[in-house]
Design a protein around this ligand. Sequence first.
Ligand code: ZN
Length: 466
Amino acid sequence: MAGKPDPQKADPKKPVPAKGQAPDQDAPELEQVLFQGPLFGREANLKAHAKLVQAALVPVKQLISEAFAKRAHTIYMEPREGRVATRFIVDGIPVPVAPVPGPKGMAMIQVVKLLAGLDPNDRKSPHLGGIKAEFDKLTFNLMIDTAPVAGGAEKLRIKLENRKVVRQRPAEVGMPDSMKTKIRNMTSERSGIVLVCGPPDSGTTTLSIVALHCVDPYLYQVFNLADLHGRELINVSDFKPEPGHDMELSFDRILRREADVLFMNPLTSPQDAQTIFRYGEKVAFIMEIPANTPFEALTKVIEWVGIDLVLKNLRCILTQKLIRKLCDDCKQAFRPNPLLLKKLGLPPETTVLYRAPQPPPPDDPKAVTIEELCAPCAGVPYHGRAAAFEMLEITDTMKEVIATNRTADAIRKQMVAEGQTTLQKDAIRLVAQGKTSLEEIQRVFSSGPPKKPPAKAPPRPPGPPK
Ligand SMILES: [Zn+2]
């Protein structure tokens, strides 16, 4: 499907060839990305690297344009066996792209760094940067992330983020009202800690911002102490600690300004955790913690601050899983049988669920293929993603389980017994709403969450949020 314009776009206009670039006769309708300078106040010195730019700028443009045309949200380039393996991620699913010869691929990675205002020749340390870009009249931030690999080479990740699509409010990510109300109540008493966790690339930063926006900004004083690298929070004032003030001094100052809720950087050190959990009696906190699951996050904070402070001040741990949505143009309704509904825990009066269109019978050459059936999704037949949520609530009965029998199983059982929202249960909500299929839920949960972040993930230096 290379070169196919995104059918979602209202106006698949004729392409404007980039400056100094001849129109490509093979793919006449492929729109080209425009680079509009680095993010984070950096400068890109293209002139000093003219040779590199000449060799690799056009291929970089083509690669990123193709990624946009295919609705990719992430691009990976990684040197492997003399070539640079390249893949797009579309709605969480890897889509391979033809590998690039080694030297050309390395030059492309260098040009991307250059465009982000990074030093293309420093391959020994991880780098974070960003590029402003425009594609099909929409503005994007390309978030760049490089890390050294064996042999003096480096790998690259580019995240393509639409600057106009700002997901901050519960409704914008489809968070159920009941969950929003719970978080609102938990943070309404100037005390308690809400943690947000999830595997890498699962939208944890967005979810933590959404959790913050569950708080009513007209009733409560909310301050942001996190470094969001240019992302602006709606209705939240930034608080800049005075130079030389440690965390405790800063908290004391904010408390004098009658703060109710504080949004913090991801929790990564026992020292910070201890301070925050102590102050959790005087002010409410919301922040991320690097952990794949709520159970992992719980175990980590107990190690860091001790079980007593955790049971006293932790209110809940949130996580989410992104699940592909069925294409609205070709999803097929079916009437579920009562047995299935019972198994899924859905009300017996549910009359319709949806599934992907069934492939044509293989022995009928005249049958319409799925690709022909639906141009908008080109037969995928999923388009975009929706979040299923999970909230481990630290209720009094849950506290007993945590204190006496702290295993992942026991906590999960207790969550179910208390009717708390689990990922599996909330995914069924998406099925009932007609947003996704049972097959997709099965696929997502059978692959399971990764136990660890990818083995060679670089330590994250301070930089843009995930
Ligand atoms: Zn479709």
